[in-house]
Design a protein around this ligand. Sequence first.
Ligand code: MG
Length: 372
Amino acid sequence: MGVAHRRLVILGATGTVGCQALDLLERAGSPLRVLALSAHRREAPLRALAARCPGAAMFLTSRAEDHERLLELLLAGDYDVCLQAMVGAAGLPFSAAVLGAGRHLALANKESLVLAGGILMELAARTGAVVVPVDSEHSAIHQCLAGRARSEVKRLYLTASGGALRDLPLCQLESVTPVQALAHPNWSMGPRITVDSATMMNKAFEILEAEHLFGVPARHVRVLQHRQSVVHSLVELVDGSVLAQMGPPDMSFPIHYALHYPARVPAPLEGYSPRLFAQLNFEEPDPERYPALALGWRAAELGGAAGAVLNAADEVAVAGFLEGQLPYSEIPSVCAETLDALPPLPAATLADIAAADAWARQHARALRTALR
Ligand code: MG
């Protein structure tokens, strides 16, 4: 299929990734045609976006009827690419529908792989669907791996900026306020992901995502702290060569790549910058500053529903922190204790995953209350 004739569906169109994608397509004069757009409940911004896409259908997924119609459209498969930029676990059935239809999924919804990576990748393998990540780290690895057999890969290195609190004296972590944790040095993102970046819980999730996306066991995935967010991740091959993908910290790059993959299509973006590339540092993350990081490998080892459980516990803990009910330093403890308490739950279907998610939320809330 030629890139020029691709028909696109954008899920979560009113969010930052959705809006950036549309801006980018317009600026690039892209021939991709937007067939449908969805938002959760922001009707006016969705209408404004749809007005820029002649003939595009609109869906508000907070309406039961639209929710069902959109799932039907995705399952019917009469489109080429779906940009999945919904927020949260609610995006899971929509990702599954795209993969069930054997279509190209440009995946920005993190929860899909963290919660149900095993189920979704199996589905993709069955239908021949393509999953291209829209996350700077996984996009970098995807680009470095292009055309490589898994047997040629020794290790993956995810880079991490270190987040808003990377230079704060350790003794002050306990008294961190939401305002401090929300001041990210390189990327501007929503509140939960910014806190997850400060704790490096986001990197714990990315370890799980990398394992699912690339079929590389989590024990072969490492994390490097890289303050500049210019090297988006690295791949070490069995012959010792290390490949990196680089560029400014701007989501436009992974969005453009994922929409057009496997083609490389001109974009109105500047990759090299003498100022940004002048100095690049890499260091081992400090486990005392980032205890949440180890939970990624722990969850991978547990397997099954552990990703869903870790995600749910973190959501509860971060909400508690942002509401002033939980100290910053207790976010990883709530997550670790929830993961440790995980009973042997089934994880074969999306319903199993939803049940594990509910169990973890309840458990984490009880812990949060106890820690107040
Ligand atoms: Mg990332």
